[in-house]
Design a protein around this ligand. Structure first.
Ligand SMILES: [Mg+2]
Length: 390
């Protein structure tokens, strides 16, 4: 839990910033300031982030102006929302998560402590990452990228060159259940070839994670796991949507020899606890953009790691603000799994923050200083971003 402050957090200003990344993708940030000029930063995600979710975030901020929270954990009750409301509504969960993360950052700055410490942890200078090559394989401003097995192999080689000690890929985006025949669908063939190419490129010893983007079903998910063993895959993510279909995920896990992971869009410690205690997955992947924010993520990490060590790894195919907050969270709950980083989207990414994001040799470095330790870089926002208030 975050340090409890006796003071209310009086919201004075809420500002949004959108930065085009590449292709259809953008990063959307929200900054929340109190009357004393302490500003906290968070990210919003989702296709409606720049419009509907930003509007909902501004509406919630307006409600919190009338009923100020004492800290980030007080946001949900002040808004009259329950955990069940937020589990059921992704837009609400996203708006609440962003406000909670931003308020944590602002209050840590006010207290003059780093976010890790504010969230009850011991400061660390860096956190281990795994290198997700998926974003580097998605369309850029010139259109779709080469997604041949050879291209996946080259990207995996680049991940190793950059120093990642663990690699993840998402090779099955052509696959879509339901299927006409039992067993593995023909559409999975190219994905299996990509995995073999990635394994070839990284050698036998680097752990390889595979994300299936919920493209399979029970029968094909069990069949695929057997194939993944041939490439020594150690992490089997989202064969199916494990939040919507926990009974299917659980049955796949019962057949699996590798860690079964997922639940990246889930909200709240209660949900993640049900997943782990119910034997649905080995590893849950809370995302601070949806799970309730930085404070809730630390709670999830502490509770679940206490039940099953190694059961939490933050989901983070995110912009630099969420990446850094997720590093603080992982440090605070002393996560033993590496944190996700989706590298290779745009080469100017580090310049979005001041000081610049520092990712080297498969680790993210946490800047010294209060709160996140970094802010949005004004010259970069001026050159690349759009700012607005609601
Ligand atoms: Mg995923």
């Amino acid at each position: 839990m975050s340090a409890v402050s006796k003071d209310q957090f009086n919201i004075a200003q809420v500002e949004f910033t959108s930065i085009h990344v590449r292709g259809p993708h953008k990063w959307v940030f929200v900054e929340v300031s109190d009357g004393d000029g302490h500003t906290g930063l968070a990210e919003l995600a989702g296709s409606g982030a720049a419009t509907e979710i930003a509007k909902l975030t501004a509406e919630y901020a307006e409600q919190l102006r009338l009923s100020p929270p004492v800290n980030e954990a007080d946001v949900t009750p002040r808004l009259g929302l329950t955990g069940a409301d937020l589990e059921a509504d992704r837009a609400k969960a996203t708006a609440v998560s962003a406000l909670r993360t931003a308020i944590s950052d602002a209050q840590a700055r006010r207290d003059g402590v780093g976010l890790t410490e504010f969230l009850g942890g011991q400061p660390m200078d860096s956190v281990m990452l795994y290198g997700n090559l998926n974003r580097s394989m998605l369309p850029d401003d010139d259109g779709p990228r080469d997604r041949s097995p050879e291209a996946f192999g080259r990207a995996a080689h680049e991940a190793i060159r950059r120093g990642y000690g663990v690699v993840k890929c998402a090779p099955f985006d052509e696959v879509r259940s339901p299927f006409e025949e039992p067993g593995l669908p023909e559409a999975a063939r190219s994905g299996i070839d990509r995995i073999a190419a990635v394994r070839d490129a990284i050698g036998p010893d680097i752990p390889l994670f595979v994300d299936c983007h919920s493209r399979f079903d029970l029968d094909s998910g069990i069949a695929l796991e057997i194939i993944l063993r041939e490439s020594n895959v150690s992490w089997y993510e989202e064969a199916v949507d494990g939040i919507a279909h926990p009974e299917v995920m659980k049955r796949i896990r019962e057949h699996a020899t590798m860690a079964v992971a997922g639940a990246e869009s889930g909200y709240g410690v209660a949900l993640f606890r049900r997943i782990i205690e119910g034997g649905v997955m080995d590893v849950v992947m809370p995302d601070i953009k949806f799970c309730g924010g930085a404070g809730e993520a630390v709670e999830i990490g502490r509770v679940l790691e206490g039940i099953a060590p190694g059961s939490v790894s933050m989901h983070s195919p995110s912009g630099p603000a969420s990446q850094l907050a997720s590093a603080h969270v992982t440090a605070a709950f002393e996560g033993t799994r590496p944190l996700e980083h989706a590298w290779g989207e745009v080469d100017w990414r580090p310049s979005v923050l001041e000081p610049a994001e520092r990712i080297e040799s498969g680790r993210i470095y946490i800047p010294e200083g209060p709160g996140l330790g970094a802010r949005l870089d004004r010259p970069t926002v001026e050159a690349r971003g759009q700012r607005w208030t609601l």
